[in-house]
Structures are given as C-alpha cells and as structure tokens.
Design a protein around this ligand. Structure first.
Ligand SMILES: [Cu+2]
Length: 380
C-alpha cells in the first residue's frame, strides 16, 4: 500500500520545518493555490476553477481528475482522490519522552459476544502519552490507557457491572449512553485513588457512546476519554463483518518534550487540528480494513465529537440499510450518506459485491481531510 504522505506536494512534506511553513503559508495566495491544486484531486471540477485563478492562467496541476478520464479506463489515481491529507497538525517529530512511545493500530473489529450474560468491567482512568501517527504523540486522558477506550459488546438485557478506578491526578467519571440510571450517583466524579461502581442493563440495541462526564465535559471528551459500547438485539442481525469506528476531534497545543497536550481554548473555538476514526488520523489508509467479495459489512459509527457531526459515507458504495437506532426496528434503505450527531451512534450496512478499494469518509470533507478517512478493501 502506498503511504498517503508520499502524495503530498513538496511544501507539505511531514517534517517540522515544512509543516511550520505550511501553517504560515495558509494565508498566502500561492500557498493557497498549491494547496487547492492538491484538493482538486479530491473533488473533480475544483481543479478547473482553481487553474482559472492561477497567476498565469496556465494549468496548475491536479486537473487530471476522474471526470476527465476516458470512459471505461481505470483511473490510476482513484485511490488518491479522497486520500489526500496535509498533516498540518503535526508541527514536530516527537523528541524527548515522546520519541519512545510506540504506535499501534486500533483494531476496529467488533469483539464477539461473551457467553456470560453479565459483563464485569473494572477499568482505570489514567493519563498516558499515545502515538497517533509517525510524527505525533498526544498527552491523552484515557480509559484503560488508550483512546478510544475498549470496545464493549453485549446484548439487550445483559448486565453490566462497571467499576472505574481513577489513577489520574484530576477527577474523572464514566457516563454510558447505553444506561438509564441516575447520573448524579452513577456518573459522579471520583478523585485519584477512588472508585465508582454501578450496574445497569441496556434496554435498547444500537451503538452507544461512553465518555467521561466530569466538568468541563468538553475538556474530558476532547482529551480522549471516550469509547463505544455496541448492544446487539435479542434476535441477531444478519451475519456480517462488524467494525466499530469512533470519530473524535483533536485540538492540540504546542509540544512539550515531544508530546502535544490538548488545548481547551481551541476546543471552545470549534476548529479541530485532527478528526479521526478510532483516535489516529488516516490509520485505515495506512492499514486498511479487509473484507471479501459477497460479505455483508456493518459499520457501527459512534461520534464522540465533542462538537461536530460525522457525515458517514463509503465512496463507490451505498448502504442498503442504516439503523438510526434500536436495530432492526429503525432501518432505512438505499442511503448514500447519513450524519451521526456528536454523542450519537448508528449502524451502516452494505454488501461488497465487487472487489476494490472503497474509501470510507466523513463526507464533510474539511474533516475528512483532517484524518477521518480510511479504506475498506474488498478482496476478490
Ligand atoms: Cu475525565
């Protein structure tokens, strides 16, 4: 698989100096035109409009779009069309303590159901540095040492016995959207060294967010304290390859000792540096999700936000079924894109009847370009 970073124009090379330059260039007209010519690969038709604005009127590059390819001829760039991403968020390659933090891909596979009907979960809240890409380590607040936290899978009517022990310096808590429970008691914050325990039984099937609910919630979700619980219905849905994608926004401050903290002021301003599926920008571009021709695929898309919706779409496919909530009762059919609200979750189903590489994206492309993109590779 080609590395998407190799697709960047020279001024977008992912090193510190060039990224600083790219940031400074963002208000410069030439910088804008260079950047826009790359974007034109992603959105056919934009290229012509951009080249018309070029200094000489000459083509600026990027006009060789799919729309101009002879009919029936494969577009060698089709994989690139939606995969371009400028990486402006990573201002430094980690040094200091950040350099020693290893990267791992977040496995998107939905774990199988346990045989037991009672799930005993004892998690810890802790602050840990997490490498989210080759050149970026973030100072995350986590459940169980990762962001998102563990994927939980249960059935309607199962019992969740949950305990959170706080190992971090500041108070934290746990708010399960799959629960109907007195939040003042169950979702209360606990200080370092303390625990909170509660038990609930999910009434509705679906994909639900969980997150730290300690004030300010924006800061705690925005710093990585979120994850997904998938509640399967009593009667199983059609057999499928099931994957969980939790979208989250990252608002980053300047690196300290090679690790970038989250920035609360940026969170309030609503302009994220990164938007990710399962905590890492473009991770499923680098390492796609593989399925086979003929398989039904079910994406459980949960949006942690903390602020923006996720317009979920698979390029070259249509969802034969989208479960808005409580599957299978709320299915709609023949859907191209559907928006998952911050704090919401939905099921998206498609059948892969032809082989190929299908980008799954947040079709609000300002956020797709910031990392909310991946590839579903359908092997023949
Ligand atoms: Cu918290």
């Amino acid at each position: 698989m080609a590395d998407f970073r190799n697709l960047a124009t020279p001024d977008q090379a992912p090193d510190a100096e060039h990224d600083e330059t790219a940031l400074l260039d963002s208000t410069d007209r030439r910088g804008f035109l260079r950047r826009a010519s790359v974007l034109s690969l992603a959105i056919p038709g934009i290229g012509a409009a951009i080249s018309a604005c070029g200094p000489s009127g000459a083509p600026q590059g990027g006009e060789s779009t799919q729309a101009q390819m002879p009919r029936g001829r494969p577009n060698p760039d089709s994989r690139l069309d939606t995969a371009l991403h400028t990486r402006a968020a990573a201002a430094t390659s980690p040094t200091g303590s950040g350099a020693s933090v290893a990267y791992h891909r977040f496995d998107p596979a939905l774990p199988p159901l346990a045989k037991e009907r009672t799930l005993k979960l004892h998690w810890t809240a802790k602050a840990v540095p997490i490498r989210v890409s080759d050149d970026l380590v973030v100072a995350a607040w986590t459940f169980e040492g990762d962001t998102p936290g563990p994927i939980v899978h249960c059935r309607v009517g199962d019992t969740i016995e949950f305990t959170l022990t706080n190992e971090a310096d500041m108070p934290h808590s746990m708010d399960f959207h799959a629960a109907q429970i007195d939040p003042k008691t169950a979702f209360r914050s606990v200080a370092k060294g303390q625990s909170v325990t509660y038990t609930y039984s999910p009434k509705y099937p679906g994909a639900f967010l969980y997150h730290c609910g300690t004030a300010p919630v924006l800061m705690h979700i925005g710093s990585g304290m979120y994850g997904a619980i998938v509640v399967s219905p009593r009667e199983p849905l059609p057999p499928a390859r099931e994957f969980v994608l939790v979208e989250g926004e990252s608002y980053l401050g300047a690196a300290v000792n090679g690790v970038r903290p989250y920035d609360y002021t940026k969170m309030l301003s609503d302009l994220p540096d990164l938007v990710t599926f399962n905590g890492r920008p473009d991770q499923y571009v680098r390492d796609p999700i593989h399925v086979k021709v003929g398989e039904r695929v079910r994406f459980w898309v949960v949006n942690a936000g903390p602020t923006h919706p996720c317009a979920f779409h698979v390029v070259g496919e249509q969802f034969d079924t989208v479960y808005l909530g409580a599957p299978p009762a709320s299915a709609i059919h023949g859907v191209q894109t559907f928006s998952v609200a911050a704090g919401g979750g939905m099921g998206f189903e498609l059948v892969c009847d032809v082989p190929g590489e299908f980008p799954f994206v947040n079709h609000a492309f300002g956020h797709g370009q910031k990392g909310a993109i991946g590839f579903l590779v359908v092997d023949g």
